[in-house]
Design a protein around this ligand. Structure first.
Ligand SMILES: [Zn+2]
Length: 78
C-alpha cells in the first residue's frame, strides 16, 4: 500500500490549512486566496511586481507584498 505517500500528501495540505487559519486570525484574509489573486495577505494590495527574486520567492511562501515583507523581516545588510 502507498501509506507513506498518502501521509506526505496529507501533511502538505495541513500546512496550507495552518497558513489559512493563521492568516485569517491575524489579517482576516485567506492565505490561499491572497496568493491566487496575487494580493498581499497583510495589506490586501496587489503584489505582482517585486524588486528582486528573493521578494518574489518570499511572496510564494508568505503571500506578503514587498513593503510588508520589509516591515516584517529585518534587512540582511542593515
Ligand atoms: Zn502588503
Amino acid at each position: 500500500m502507498n501509506t507513506k505517500f498518502n501521509s506526505v500528501e496529507k501533511t502538505s495540505i495541513n500546512v496550507n490549512n495552518i497558513k489559512d487559519v493563521v492568516s485569517m486570525k491575524l489579517f482576516d484574509r485567506s492565505f490561499t486566496l491572497a496568493q491566487s489573486a496575487k494580493s498581499c495577505v497583510v495589506c490586501g494590495k496587489q503584489a505582482e511586481s517585486f524588486s528582486c527574486e528573493r521578494a518574489a520567492i518570499e511572496f510564494k511562501m508568505s503571500a506578503m507584498c514587498e513593503p510588508c515583507q520589509n516591515e516584517v523581516f529585518e534587512p540582511i545588510d542593515g
